[in-house]
Design a protein around this ligand. Structure first.
Ligand code: HSE
Length: 435
C-alpha cells in the first residue's frame, strides 16, 4: 500500500521552530499512523543561518518567501512573528494554495479578518492552535469540542510570562525585572517583552479566543488593558492576607447583550482552582450552556508545548489530505461571513468588586472620610485593613475591599480620596472577581 507524503515548510527556526523539528523527528510510526501518511519537512527558511539546527535534510533558504512559492510545500508553518513580513508571507502562501499553520497571535488579532477571508476564498486552511495558551488545545476545544454549547464567559491566565513573574514575586519575593529577564532566557517572553508586560499579548489571545467562543468579529483594540506591571509586591502580600491570589486574566463575558473584553490583574479567591495555577502554566476557564464550568490547564509558553500545538494543526491538515479530503477552510469554525458583530461593553460601565491600597494618616476621622468618598459614589466597603502604626512612617497603609461598583464610580471615588489632605500619593486599584 502506498501512503501519501504531506510536505511541510517552516519559516523561522527560533524557539518554537526548533521544537516543531524535534517533534517531527521524534514522530516516527506513531505520527505516520495517526496521519495515515508521512509528514516530511522539505524546506526551512531563516533570515540568518542556523547551522546548529538539524533540519532533517530539508532545503534551506534565507528568504522566507521561497517557502511560500515552493511548489513542493503543502503546508507552510509561519513562525517568524511580527505583523509586517509575516502578513505578506501568509498572504503569499495562501495565494499559492498552501495551507498555513501559525503561532502568530499578533498577526491574527490585527489582520485576521483579511487573512481568514483570503484562506476561505482560496479553499485552504489557516490554523492557529499555537497562538493561544501555548500547549493547551483550547482553540480546538472551543471550535469543535464545545460547538454544541452557548458560551457565556471565558476567563484565563493566557500569558505565561506574566504568570511566571507573579508566581516568582509571590513565592520568592523576587524583583519584577529579574524574573522577566529569566522568562526571556527561558524562551517564554516575546522578542520584545513589552507586549507580555503591558497586556497586549493577552489581549491579542483574548480577541482570538472570544471570536471563536462567541462567533463574532472582534477588533484587536477592543479589550481594555491593564498590565501585570501594575501589581506591586505589597499587593500580592495583602491579597493573601485577605484570602485572595492575584492573577493576570483575560476576561470575555457576555452580559446585557454586550461583550465585556478586559485584560487586567485580578484578585481571585484562593480556593478557586484557577488561583492555584502557577509558573508558566496557563489556564482557561469556560462557562458554557451544556458543559457548565470547564478549566483547561497546561504550559502556556516554551518550545515544546507551543510546538505541540503547532503539530496538532499540522497533523489535522495532513490527516485530511492523506484521506483525500479537503481540510476545513473555516478557521473560526463557521464561515467567516457568518460571524456576527457584537456590541463591546464600555469599560466605564463594567462592574466588579475592587481592592484599593493607599497610604493615609493614622488619626481620628480619616477612616470616616475614606468611607464617605466611597459612599457618595454609591460604593460599599466589604472589608478594611489598616496596618499598625510604625514610628518611622508618617502614613500607614490602608487596604479596602469594596462591593461591586462600575469602573466610572470607583475612578471618581479614587479621585476624591487622592484629594484628601490625609492621604499621600496615588491609590492602587485592582479588580476582584469572585467567579
Ligand atoms: N510570550 C508569550 C507568553 C508566549 O508568555 O505567554 C506564548 O504565547
Amino acid at each position: 500500500m502506498t501512503t501519501q507524503t504531506i510536505k511541510v515548510g517552516i519559516c523561522g527556526l527560533g524557539t518554537v521552530g526548533q521544537g516543531v523539528i524535534a517533534l517531527l523527528s521524534e514522530g516516527g510510526d506513531v505520527l505516520s499512523n495517526r496521519v495515515g501518511g508521512t509528514i516530511e519537512l522539505v524546506h526551512v527558511a531563516t533570515r540568518t543561518p542556523k547551522p546548529e539546527v538539524d533540519t532533517l535534510g530539508a532545503r534551506d533558504s534565507r528568504d522566507v518567501f521561497d517557502v511560500a512559492r515552493d511548489p513542493d510545500v503543502d503546508v507552510l508553518i509561519e513562525l517568524i512573528g511580527g505583523t509586517t513580513v509575516a502578513k505578506d508571507l501568509v498572504v503569499e502562501a495562501l495565494n499559492h494554495g498552501k495551507h498555513v499553520v501559525t503561532a502568530n497571535k499578533a498577526l491574527l488579532a490585527d489582520h485576521g479578518e483579511e487573512l481568514f477571508a483570503l484562506a476561505e476564498s482560496k479553499g485552504v486552511a489557516l490554523r492557529f492552535e499555537a497562538a493561544v495558551a501555548g500547549g493547551i488545545p483550547v482553540i480546538e476545544a472551543v471550535k469543535t469540542s464545545l460547538a454544541g454549547n452557548h458560551v457565556s464567559s471565558v476567563a484565563g491566565i493566557i500569558n505565561g510570562t506574566g504568570n511566571f513573574i507573579l508566581t516568582e514575586m509571590a513565592a520568592k519575593g523576587r524583583e519584577f525585572s529579574d524574573v522577566l529577564a529569566e522568562a526571556q532566557a527561558l524562551g517564554y517572553a516575546e522578542a520584545d517583552p513589552t507586549f507580555d508586560v503591558d497586556g497586549t499579548d493577552a489581549a491579542q489571545k483574548l480577541v482570538l479566543l472570544s471570536s471563536l467562543a462567541f462567533g463574532a468579529r472582534i477588533d484587536a483594540n477592543a479589550p481594555f488593558k491593564q498590565g501585570v506591571d501594575s501589581v506591586a509586591p505589597a499587593d500580592i502580600g495583602y491579597a493573601r492576607e485577605l484570602g485572595y491570589r492575584i492573577k493576570h486574566l483575560g476576561i470575555a463575558k457576555r452580559e446585557n447583550d454586550a461583550l465585556q473584553l478586559r485584560v487586567h490583574p485580578t484578585l481571585i479567591p484562593e480556593a478557586k482552582a484557577i488561583a492555584q495555577v502557577d509558573g508558566v502554566l496557563n489556564a482557561v476557564m469556560i462557562n458554557a450552556s451544556g458543559v457548565g464550568e470547564l478549566l483547561l490547564v497546561g504550559p502556556g509558553a516554551g518550545s515544546r508545548p507551543t510546538a505541540s500545538a503547532v503539530m496538532a494543526d499540522v497533523v489535522s491538515v495532513a490527516r485530511s489530505i492523506a484521506s483525500g479530503e479537503q481540510p476545513s477552510i473555516h478557521s473560526m469554525g463557521v464561515g467567516f461571513s457568518a460571524m456576527s458583530q457584537l456590541t463591546i461593553a464600555d469599560i466605564n460601565e463594567v462592574s466588579s468588586a475592587w481592592y484599593l491600597r493607599l497610604d493615609a494618616e493614622d488619626k481620628p476621622g480619616v477612616m470616616a472620610s475614606l468611607t464617605q468618598c466611597l459612599s457618595q459614589h454609591g460604593i460599599g466597603i466589604e472589608s478594611l485593613i489598616q496596618k499598625p502604626e510604625s514610628a518611622a512612617l508618617a502614613k500607614v497603609p490602608v487596604i479596602l475591599m469594596t462591593d461591586e461598583a462600575p469602573t466610572r464610580a470607583i475612578e471618581q471615588a479614587i479621585a476624591d480620596i487622592e484629594a484628601l489632605p490625609s492621604v499621600g500619593g496615588p491609590v492602587t486599584c485592582l479588580r476582584v472577581e469572585n467567579f
